[in-house]
Design a binder for this molecule. Sequence first.
Ligand code: ZN
Length: 160
Amino acid sequence: MRVGIGFDSHRFVEGRPLVLGGVVIPHDRGLDGHSDADVLTHAIVDALLGALAFGDIGTHFPDTDPRWRGTDSRVFLREATRLVRDHGHEIANVDATVITESPRLAPFVARMRAALADTMGVDAATVSVKATTAERLGAFGRGEGMAALAVAALEEIDTE
Ligand SMILES: [Zn+2]
């Protein structure tokens, strides 16, 4: 069993869609970034890469590479999942928390879990997504951006 942790944050900006876990969430602002800035997916990618001790999302998909401009972050998640399986592991479970004052994410949790599970090729029961606020504390509490934390556990595939 191997375990990895991931953390990511992005600033809110006007004029971009808000994408979380591969799901477009209706909101007046989106997240700024080189790719689609899907903070939840990025945290999960980092957790998977961390569990393999394979560096982080910036190592594999540098934001200086024009290939990744505006990229659907599910591409990164699919690649991280491929690395997990290529190195003899399967995803045991993923648990993630999104930290934001708004919008309210509860109505979208089931869709985000389903979309993430689909991208990773696992059952929705393998993926947990939770949402919390920062209780109006600090930059996230002022609604300047959004953060996400994720933990991933990998089990070794029995190759006998
Ligand atoms: Zn990111």
